[in-house]
Design a protein. Structure first.
Length: 252
């Protein structure tokens, strides 16, 4: 069948793997959002943003309904968001966000990943100060109606935005769309989402990220391979939703 077939197959397998991880993560976040703010999207801004992201990721309707049901089903476990901190090999700080219904299982798994790769799980506060907690929104730009990024940024500053920029997103079929990323302090989440919705922008997603506030560390290719192994083990765990480090990203 040739290399072209193998290339397409590899990309499809990666896409399926990405979808499985994203659907699991979104499902847990939807469950938590419903528990915290109720199932009515009108009165639950976090749930509205997650529903927009679920649509953008083409998450099946039954997956969404199952996640909402988990929040109201008394017989099912109660997901809690827990952050773990530690150091990987070579002095690289790791911050790991999880959503779990069994903390004993999750902490044992996370600790084992660190140990396997020459790192160690730390105590609360050991590395969190190295990361700023930010909210981030992504909105889609209509090619027929380009958005003036400078004008938008000036408007959003009053609502807590700290950084606004455009980026091109390429899907697995090499189709390119333009999205606008909006970053602000995590406390500005509600105000920014309200502005985006009231002004009719096409919301792709809204959530939170941890941004390193220290100088990122250079690592050798050999060191990166070990760090990638640790990151991969963490990201493949069903309880883990996000992994952040202080390693400098690999150059494209």
């Amino acid at each position: 069948m040739g290399r072209a077939f193998e290339f397409r197959k590899e990309r499809k397998m990666k896409r399926w793997g990405h979808m499985a991880r994203v659907f699991t993560k979104l499902g847990k976040e939807i469950t938590i959002a419903v528990k915290q703010g109720g199932p009515d999207v009108v009165g639950n801004p976090r749930l509205r943003a997650l529903m927009a992201e679920a649509r953008a990721e083409q998450m099946p309707k039954e997956n969404i309904e199952r996640a909402i049901k988990k929040a109201t089903d008394k017989t099912l476990g109660d997901f809690k968001e827990i952050v773990y901190e530690g150091y990987g090999p070579f002095g690289i700080a790791y911050l790991v966000e999880t959503a779990t219904d069994n903390n004993t299982r999750t902490v044992a798994n996370v600790r084992s990943y660190f140990t396997k790769c020459g790192g160690s799980l730390g105590t609360s506060g050991s590395v969190a100060f190295m990361f700023d907690h930010k909210c981030v929104f992504r909105i889609k730009e209509d090619p027929a109606k380009p958005i003036d990024i400078d004008e938008l940024e000036l408007e959003l500053i009053d609502y807590g935005a700290e950084d606004v920029f455009k980026q091109e997103i390429e899907d697995e079929d090499e189709n390119v769309t333009v999205e606008i990323c909006i970053y602000g302090d995590y406390t500005a989440y509600g105000a920014l989402q309200k502005y985006i919705e009231e002004n009719g922008y096409d919301l792709v997603s809204g959530g939170f990220e941890r941004i390193p506030n220290v100088e990122l560390k250079d690592v050798t290719p050999e060191q990166r391979a070990t760090l990638d192994k640790l990151t991969g083990l963490l990201e493949d765990d069903e309880d883990v939703t996000n992994v952040y480090t202080t390693a400098k990203p690999a150059e494209e």
